[in-house]
Design a protein around this ligand. Sequence first.
Ligand code: FE2
Ligand code: FE2
Length: 481
Amino acid sequence: MNIMNVDYTTRIPNNVGLAEDARVLKALETWHPGYLNWWKNMGPVGFQESLVYLRTAVSVDPKGWAKFDYVKMPEYRWGILLAPAEQDRKIPFGEHYGEPVWQEVPGEHRAMLRRLIVIQGDTEPASVEQQRHLGKTAPSLYDLRNLFQVNVEEGRHLWAMVYLLQKYFGRDGREEADELLRRTSGSADKPRMLGAFNEATPDWLSFFMFTFFTDRDGKMQLESLAQSGFDPLSRTCRFMLTEEAHHMFVGETGIGRTVQRTCEAMIAAGINDPTNVAKVRALGVIDLPTIQKKLNLHYTLSLDLFGSEVSTNAANAFNAGVKGRFQETRIQDDHRLEKDIYPVLKLVNGVIKLVDEPALTALNMRLRDDYTRDCEKGVERWNKLIEKTGVNFRLALPHVAFHRQIGEFRDIQASANGELLDEATWQKRRDEWLPSKDDGDFIASLMQPVAEAGKFAGWISPPKLGIDNKPGDFEYVKIAA
Ligand SMILES: [Fe+2]
Ligand SMILES: [Fe+2]
């Protein structure tokens, strides 16, 4: 079988030769009903009978891997897709640097690999659960379709991790695959594994912030796992990254369209002061200071996903050849980092300052810095949009010491500018930097669904281009009565 094309003859589309792999095919077919059950119980609320204009992967060829068509979500062909193998690929970092990549799990690194795959796998269904109520308040059919596209692909990413567990980890892999369907986002007794994936996604601005900031953490994790010496993991993550790009597009353009609409409404009404929140809100759009607060929240929740700045786990995973750096193969160094240092922002005697740490233990910090740089570019593009309308306001990423639950700054309070605060001052000023109950209520009041093709809610601009080059009035979702 040609690796570029996907085999649709089994119930589970794949390019890994499942038809000839009876053991794994059976394990996946046993898991499948539980997955569908999970999708029905924990996936999107409503719309399961509606026809959604979705893309499905039909190939892993970067030049044309997807086809678009109307599908009912429960009938989406979730499949197992790996990017093509790279000939003679070598482990690109760590103590096995330069050795041929592994096609089977090396025994000494088995526990570490399984844990990383389970953690990645856990985030995928978690986001579907977090977003399950958004369908009923979608600002347009275009946005509704994008939400569902993200949801089915996160579902597929779960399949991707489950395949690795079932194919390479035997019995305990199968147990972990089952557990991935048992934990639930926000559950008191069986929550998802990471903090940000147990938070609520109450409204569409949160959804866009989530897909911009939290899916981007996902991108960084996938990028570093795509460097892995365990080749099946590398190839799996490489293909997931092609899908992930669309999720971040949805986030960036969603926020961009919200900002655009707000600025245009302000200009039309002759409002010059963006901080005059009451006046701006009276126009039925989300004021820029509130957008900044949402940004502060989602950015900092996502920073926590990178773990402690200084981490021996991260060093071990790198040494082992299991998890590399962002764009490892493009970095010019020895890829072992035994003698290197990396500056880490730390709290030293009550002062925030850069401290040189061994580069190996500072790998989480490095990946997080790469992430921040990536986020900054998006923020700059939003600022260009604002500037063009003539409104005088800039969005910015808050300081990394602000609002943290994990790492160096978890025990202190700081303002969005990184000024240290005592607890009382923080409590008093919190609502200046994070969405308040009032802010949430106001946003919720705008979340009225718009289900007519080509129409958009008043708080968000239409997109510049349709999906799959469709015209502006295209019916992206045919809602079942
Ligand atoms: Fe994903
Ligand atoms: Fe994603």
